[in-house]
Design a binder for this molecule. Structure first.
Ligand code: PEP
Length: 251
């Protein structure tokens, strides 16, 4: 039985004060949920949000990290720094990192392994562009991102991995994959995991859907057998929008 995992990616939004206020509202609002809940504020607000969430059932997440522990990497943030702040999970390979900042599968894989080595949960994002979808390459792209992203990750380490399927064309666009289309790709991901590891490992893997998840489409998506939660961008920025997603009705 997989525990649904709802994560909020605040991206480059919220000053420290705004982030503290939202975290404070969420803390009490989601106190009784049975789902795993995580929020990933910008780096500048991690410490403040961590303090607000201390002792709550909301995990503190980061939106990215460097592939090295330390060194001459101007502008980067190390896994050690995230650990220092009480971060438990990190989003890696988000499509904005892949497509706006040129991150490739090898770099993302190095980050995944480093995050796991330091005890963090790595949320590995995979997903095709519209062009790739129209060319009939969804499976090939997603499977490649999955295989290369998890290269060198053992079955024993998979408990520290969450996969987020995020079709790039659905992120921040208001276009959502239909529950059927999303579930089909989640099924492909699960089958590939079974091939790479074992059926038991694949069955245990939490696979989130991300891409314009909103209160009005969350329940339909989450009702699908292979969709185990959501990675939420825009709708995670207010408690009014995020709460109904966290508390979606599985039907
Ligand atoms: C995301 O940031 O991963 C995301 C899916 O964004 P949105 O929900 O705004 O599409």
């Amino acid at each position: 039985m997989r525990t649904p995992y709802i994560a909020g990616n605040w991206k480059m939004h919220k000053t420290i004060g705004e982030a503290e206020a939202l975290a404070g509202q969420l803390r009490s609002a989601v106190a009784n949920t049975a789902h795993t809940v995580m929020v990933a504020p910008p780096f500048t607000a991690l410490q403040a949000v961590g303090a607000v969430l201390k002792g709550s059932n909301i995990k503190l997440g980061a939106q990215n990290m460097a592939a090295e522990e330390a060194g001459a990497h101007t502008g980067e943030i190390s896994v050690l720094m995230l650990k220092d702040l009480g971060v438990e999970a990190v989003i890696l390979g988000h499509s904005e990192r892949r497509h706006t900042y040129g991150e490739n599968n090898a770099l993302i894989n190095a980050k995944v392994k480093l995050a796991i080595q330091h005890g963090l949960t790595a949320i590995l994002c995979v997903g095709e562009t519209l062009e790739e979808r129209e060319a009939g390459r969804v499976n090939a792209v997603v499977e490649e991102q999955l295989e290369l992203g998890l290269d060198g990750v053992s079955e024993g380490q998979l408990g520290q991995v969450v996969i987020a399927y995020e079709p790039v064309w659905a992120i921040g666009t208001g276009k959502t994959a239909t529950p059927e289309d999303a579930d089909a790709v989640h099924q492909i991901i699960r089958s590939r995991l079974a091939g790479l590891y074992s059926q038991a490992a694949a069955d245990a893997m939490v696979i989130q859907y991300g891409g314009s998840v909103k209160p009005d489409n969350a329940s339909g998506l989450m009702a699908k057998p292979n969709i185990d939660g959501a990675l939420v961008g825009g709708a995670s920025l207010t408690v009014e929008q995020f709460l109904p997603i966290v508390q979606y009705d599985k039907g």
